[in-house]
Design a protein around this ligand. Structure first.
Ligand SMILES: [Zn+2]
Ligand SMILES: [Zn+2]
Length: 889
């Protein structure tokens, strides 16, 4: 074994680098499409190519890597692609920031090129990061979502659904980010609190000429005001309803209605309804059948119908209209209030509602089907399913799948500029960019008008919601698709249940009628050490590579393993440090274990360790260890099957540190060093090999190093990561109970040595065991060697006698009473002559001869120190459970 001789200094960084290169070279993690083994396929989240990974991403992907490595060791042919998401706004926004440019002021195709280059740079860096973090993703099944192959599939899936009527173009109000110039789906709208002015504006009742004060936060939308409403319980309702209100500045006459939805306590209890300022307005619009008027255009500027505000930005328009209202004495007062406003998830700009033709994918009518599908998928942790169910039940619109951006998959249609006729591309044509490729027919088949390629692109989720279809060769290789679909597992974070999980289920349902995966696993977030979510924009991110530089990758992965599935966890450096300690412990244990085999021929060793435990003369404590090991394997396997990796690592670490190192190894050192006992070799080989395998998915580098040094020469598999997950070896409850008692006795003696300040390795004379335990010769021997006693024997409690060990004079009392006799008394005690006076002592005094005369000293003047003797020898009494240990120093 390489470990015991020569170069065995532990250089974590060198070891990690060495194996990362070797795994890559040897293609250890390659998916084998020809293999007969069962497939375990992972719908790995394609990483956004928008920036470097922070510690949160690192932990997220490392969790997924645990699954891949575990399943490989369970004998699966694991499909775990390296992949990137290279589409959409995150990249565009970063490119705009990087170059200080605005997308719309730039040439479309030049801007796309900048996005591609930016993504390329990031992907190269992230591939390096993934490698350095020890992720076992397979580059042989690599994909990125902007490749023509991938986009082809996105387009084909669109064409199929369009032809089936599942996709339509509708004239609907949409959430709109004026900065990004694009429609947003509800899930992309975030909410934040902000302060704004509530403006009390003077309207007029047409019939009576009386003023009507209405409070609003959106005075710039006054031009589109079409209705005034009051709560029916309001006492003004009876006189107002049915009359008309006249809007200030614009002089428009609009109906006044009563509506339960008006909050009588907000502002003046009268509201103006515009088309459209916010989601509430939208409900009125539908209820009262109001005409959609466009006050704000796609660039976030006011339209012509706003008169004097036309061309201004929303902010400018608000200032301007307040100024006009003031000038005309139409503004009664302003109050500052806090409000919850919807903002763009990418850039934080308040969103607007505008109405614009958009592409929609029918969502609402498939809700029931999605909910049924959610029940067919196994959720880890289970409670995450509720989030999807709640979301599906709360949906009120279909999915807006079009975006007015550049860097994404183009919508493969041409539209007639005259009649709006839509001509989709043929599936065989895809991938195409209709802004570049001319339509297959020259003129609109309906009216003969000009056909123009769509400049719109798909929402990024249109690409990423077909990852399971792409991964399983849908539309490319039907045979493979049949074999691989549904995929085994979708791992993802819980913040994109409403988007990625939901859309994938919807697309899979519509395109295949089947669920996309058997299982879904939800990771939590990694919080900054202060407990807030880690965000690159907040500057509180931790760079995993910096931590790696100091501690190594395996310790970071140990921390990742300690994060509970589905829970948000703060970054804990102490776990990283603990991970490093465990590596060092493993290393030292393996050096000791390797000494067992020193000098034993491989063949002999192989025959020995492959035997069944019944054929080995195992000691009780060997059986104890093998049973504990087997129980740990069982726990670890059950937890890993539920993806609860923290429980796996906790069980393995506890076993390593306490059961194996503190207890067993200490007790069997003599059998390793001087006897090369086959029972110990058998036990240690199998237990440590299995233990290294359990650690392998989590700390792949150190376990590979140990495997190659200590086990590889006897095992046929070239990497520990291709070996099979261990199984229990022995379950012997009787031996385990007895072993428990033996170790209880061993720790009692060791604790006693500690309090007596005797080094653990120092020999003691004897330990006598009194109690209901009876040890056989082997057990006696193991116990004796473990506690370093020259002799161990059984004793009877009846033979134990209480005795006086010493007496201590109380000089402060003695002196004043016994005066000059004190020195004689002191000498008498010191010389131990009191020992001949046990009879007097039993009665509570001693007699000291001073100048021929006996002086009686009662117990008031001394203290008796009591102890125990066993057959006349002084012993210390130590309890170990129900057993009594009598120790002779
Ligand atoms: Zn935006
Ligand atoms: Zn036409």
């Amino acid at each position: 074994m390489n470990m015991a001789n020569g170069s065995d200094n532990l250089d974590i960084h060198a070891i990690e680098k060495k194996w990362q290169d070797w795994w890559e070279r040897e293609e250890i993690y390659r998916f084998d499409p020809k293999s007969e083994r069962p497939v375990f396929s992972i719908d790995n989240p394609p990483r956004y190519a928008s920036g470097r990974l922070h510690a949160g991403h690192a932990v997220h992907y490392t969790h997924i890597d645990f699954v891949a490595r575990y399943k490989r060791m369970r004998g699966y042919n694991v499909f775990f692609p390296l992949c990137f998401d290279v589409n959409g706004m995150p990249i565009e926004v970063n490119v705009e920031k990087k170059y200080g440019i605005r997308m719309r002021e730039h040439d479309r195709h030049k801007f796309i090129k900048l996005c591609e280059d930016f993504a390329e740079e990031n992907m190269e860096e992230m591939k390096r990061q993934f490698k350095v973090l020890g992720e076992s993703m397979d580059p042989s099944i690599y994909y990125q979502t902007d490749s023509p192959d991938y986009r082809r599939l996105t387009q084909i899936s669109f064409i199929k659904l369009f032809k089936r009527g599942e996709i339509y173009k509708g004239d609907y109000p949409v959430n709109w980010c004026p900065r990004c110039g694009t429609a947003l789906y509800d899930a992309e709208v975030e909410y934040k609190k902000n302060l704004t002015n509530l403006n009390y504006i003077k309207f007029r009742v047409k019939e009576t000429g009386e003023p009507l004060i209405i409070a609003t936060t959106r005075p710039e939308l006054l031009a589109t005001c079409q209705l005034v409403a009051v709560n029916p319980s309001d006492e003004r309702a009876s006189t107002l309803v049915g009359k008309k209100a006249v809007t200030p500045i614009y002089g428009r006459e609009i109906p006044i209605v009563a509506d339960e939805k008006v909050d009588p306590d907000f502002g003046t209890g009268v509201v103006m309804i515009c088309t459209i300022g916010d989601k509430d307005d939208l409900q009125w619009v539908f209820k009262y059948g109001l005409k959609l008027e466009k006050g704000i255009n796609e660039e976030g500027r006011m339209t012509e119908i706003t008169g004097p505000l036309s061309g201004l930005t929303i902010k400018e328009a608000r200032e301007r209209i307040i100024q006009i209202l003031k000038e005309r004495d139409l503004l009664l007062k302003q109050e500052e209030i806090e409000q919850n406003i919807g903002v763009c998830w990418r850039c934080g700009t308040p969103i607007e509602f505008i109405h614009k033709k958009q592409w929609f994918l029918k969502t609402l009518e498939h809700r029931e089907a999605i909910l049924r599908m959610a029940d067919e998928i196994k959720w880890y942790p289970e409670f995450m399913k509720t989030r999807l169910v709640d979301w599906v039940n709360s949906l009120s619109w279909d999915w807006v799948i079009s975006r007015q951006r550049y860097f994404a998959t183009p919508i493969p249609v041409w539209e007639c500029e005259n009649c709006g006729y839509i001509l989709p591309a043929e599936e065989e044509q895809c991938y195409i960019d209709p802004t570049v490729t001319p339509p297959p027919v020259e003129k609109c088949p309906k009216c003969g008008g000009t056909l123009k390629g769509s400049e719109e692109v798909f929402d990024t989720w249109m690409d990423s919601s077909i990852t399971p279809l792409y991964n399983t060769f849908w539309g490319r290789d039907e045979g493979m698709h049949k074999r691989l679909f549904p995929m085994s597992l979708r791992p993802q974070s819980h913040d994109i249940i409403r988007t990625w999980a939901f859309y994938t289920m919807l697309r899979s349902y519509l395109l295949t009628g089947k669920k996309p995966w058997e299982e879904i696993m939800m990771g939590g977030f990694i919080l900054a050490p202060d407990g807030t979510p880690m965000h690159t924009s907040k500057g509180n991110v931790i760079d995993p590579l910096e931590i790696k530089e100091e501690y190594g990758t395996d310790p970071i992965r140990y921390f990742a393993a300690m994060c509970t599935l589905g829970k948000d966890s703060p970054f804990r450096l102490k776990d990283v440090k603990r991970g490093k300690q465990i590596i060092i412990k493993m290393w030292n244990i393996m050096r000791l274990v390797a000494r067992c085999y020193e000098g034993i021929a491989s063949r002999t060793l192989m025959e020995l360790v492959r035997k069944s435990p019944e054929d080995i003369p195992l000691h009780t404590i060997d059986k104890w260890l093998l049973t504990h090991y087997s129980r740990m394997v069982k726990t670890a396997t059950e937890s890993a099957d539920r993806y609860e990796f923290d429980k796996v690592v906790r069980a393995a670490s506890d076993f390593l540190w306490h059961t194996l190192a503190d207890n067993y190894l200490e007790a069997v050192k003599y059998r390793i060093y001087s006897e090369k006992d086959p029972a110990v070799i058998y036990t240690l080989y199998n237990v440590t090999f299995g233990l290294m395998k359990i650690f392998a998915p989590f700390m792949p580098h150190i376990t590979e190093e140990i495997y190659q040094r200590c086990f590889r020469s006897l095992e046929e598999v070239k990497s520990i990561h291709l070996t099979l997950w261990p199984t229990p070896i022995l379950e012997d409850p009787v031996a385990t109970d007895k072993g428990e008692k033996i170790f209880e006795m061993i720790s009692a003696v060791r604790r006693w040595k500690n309090t007596e300040r005797i080094p653990l390795g120092e020999e003691i004379t004897a330990v006598s065991i009194a109690g209901d335990i009876s040890l056989n010769a082997e057990e006696m021997r193991d116990f004796k060697e473990a506690v370093r006693a020259r002799q161990v024997r059984a004793a009877r409690i009846e033979d134990l006698k209480e005795t006086i060990l010493d007496i201590k004079l109380k000089f402060n009392l003695l002196g004043p009473v016994y005066k000059e006799k004190t020195s004689e008394i002191t000498r008498f005690v010191k010389e131990g002559r009191w020992r001949e006076q046990r009879e007097y002592l039993a009665k509570g005094f001693i007699k000291v001869p001073v100048k021929g005369e006996d002086v009686t000293v009662p117990e008031d003047y001394f203290e008796v120190v009591k102890g125990w003797t066993l057959e006349g020898r002084d012993v210390n009494k130590v309890k170990a459970g129900s057993t009594l240990l009598l120790i002779e120093k």
